[in-house]
Design a protein around this ligand. Structure first.
Ligand code: DWN
Ligand code: SAH
Length: 406
């Protein structure tokens, strides 16, 4: 891609992470030989300010019947989605027979709260194995990608939606205009769209470059979201920062002129200008900080190896794939990665092939250092792992900087 997926303007590359495998491409030994790699390069659009990948694997390569991320693996995220659903229900749903649609509803972590209240709902979830979990809980889930065609079919089958929701999904979809057309066809004239994604502002300040991997084709800011939706007669009416995924932003959108625009929108847009999120220079500086972060992490892990310390990765996140491959973290630096997701256990990490083992393996034999790949869940994990620390175990984090937490 050399043109912006939002506005078609030409785009400027500013960092490459080199050849990278699929972020969630956990694999077994016989699959090593045929592993897929692509160049993970990131570009900036000077016209609409969207930060985006230059290339992305095909959606079906990433989202299929063996998708390895199940939303329900974090209890704090489960609470977050309950609050998200409550907020939408109280602020935007009419008392009479409302209808809610969610894109990327995964295992039903959010829609279950509408289902419980007997609110009509529909999830679009292309990854069949996670969709099946939602279906087994009685949540109406269509196993397909959301696009213009499927949205129009849903509108004729179920009627128009009062709210269209998405969490950590919009940033995954390259065919933005098909999604926009689908949303406008499906939404009631009085309806709203609310979606949240990792926020570009946080990624830049925290140097959380691991939010960049195959699935995340866009890194949104309020400016780029506003520009995208304006093309389709929609208006950004609220921006609400979220602590999830290391710093996210919830965007609320409505057909132009139908609702009051909150003062947060002007404030967020102004802050983005002040923080240089519309300037290529910011991203060339970001590249330097990313390189420094890599050097610091490698140096620390090399010292541990020299001192014969045991290092284990904690949580085989999709994000860890970028860090592991960009920093060349080989299995001699990290003994294994502990993860609670059964589908990942017994497999190997994408690219560097570090074994992924069960959480019990971590508990049975604490390492000297645990490298926190699930840094966005730090609070939840530190609460759970008090015992590890009390026995002298130490954490290594790399966001916002490489440091040891004893
Ligand atoms: O955008 C995306 C977000 C929503 O989820 C997707 N593209 C994929 C995925 O990203 P991720 O894998 O980086 O998400 P998390 O939530 O940071 O990490 C989830 C992984 O961490 C799971 O494999 C489970 C594991 N985990 C663990 O082993 N112990 C998580 C917690 C909280 C734990 O205590
Ligand atoms: N909303 C959940 C899941 C996020 S992971 C959460 O925040 O925890 C991203 C999800 O989007 C995956 O379940 C993936 O299968 C789904 N997805 C990817 N492309 C999609 C598309 N075009 N339409 C709907 N869902 C999509």
């Amino acid at each position: 891609m050399t043109q912006c997926i939002s506005c078609n303007h030409s785009i400027e590359p500013f960092i490459s992470f080199g050849k990278q495998p699929l972020g969630n491409g956990f694999l077994s030994k016989p699959q090593f030989k045929s592993e897929y790699f692509f160049e993970l390069e990131v570009c900036f659009c000077q016209s609409c300010s969207l930060v985006q990948l230059a290339n992305q694997p095909k959606p079906e390569q990433m989202f299929n019947d063996a998708y390895s991320f199940f939303s329900g693996t974090s209890t704090k995220m489960a609470q977050h989605f309950e609050r998200f659903a409550d907020d939408i229900a109280s602020r935007y749903l009419k008392p009479h027979d409302p209808f809610v649609v969610e894109l990327g509803s995964n295992d039903g972590i959010m829609l279950q709260h509408f289902a419980k209240r007997k609110i009509r709902h529909l999830g679009f979830e292309p990854s069949a194995n996670v969709a099946a979990v939602a279906q087994s809980k009685g949540i109406n889930t269509r196993c397909s990608f959301f696009n213009q065609k499927h949205a129009s079919h849903a509108a004729s089958e179920f009627g128009h939606a009062d709210a269209i929701l998405a969490a950590n999904v919009m940033c995954h979809i390259p065919y933005l205009h098909s999604v926009m057309e689908g949303m406008t066809a499906l939404l009631k004239p009085t309806g709203i769209i609310a979606f949240e994604d990792p926020y570009l502002g946080d990624i830049v300040t925290k140097i959380s470059y691991d939010q960049i991997y195959d699935e995340h084709v866009s890194l949104f800011s309020a400016t780029s979201v506003k520009n995208l939706f304006e093309h389709h007669g929609m208006e950004l009416i609220d921006t609400i920062p979220q602590p999830t995924h290391g710093g996210s932003m919830r965007y609320v959108i409505a057909p132009k002129g139908t609702r009051k625009v909150a003062s947060s929108v002007t404030e967020t847009l102004a802050r983005e200008v002040a923080n240089g999120l519309g300037s290529l220079k910011t991203f060339t500086r970001f590249k330097k900080s990313v390189e420094q972060s890599r050097a610091d992490l490698k140096q620390l892990l090399n010292t541990f190896r020299k001192d014969h310390k045991r290092v284990v990765g904690y949580a085989a996140t999709s994000k860890s794939t970028t860090v592991i491959n960009y920093c060349s973290l080989t299995p001699d630096l990290i003994e294994f990665i502990s993860d609670t997701t059964p589908i990942k256990q017994g497999k190997f990490s994408p690219g560097m092939h570090i074994p992924v083992l069960s959480y019990e393996r971590f508990k049975e034999n604490y390492p000297d250092f645990a490298l926190l790949f699930g840094w966005n869940h730090q609070q939840e994990i530190f609460e759970k792992e008090k015992e590890y620390r009390s026995q002298g175990g130490q954490w290594v984090v790399y966001v916002p900087r490489v440091e040891i937490i004893g």
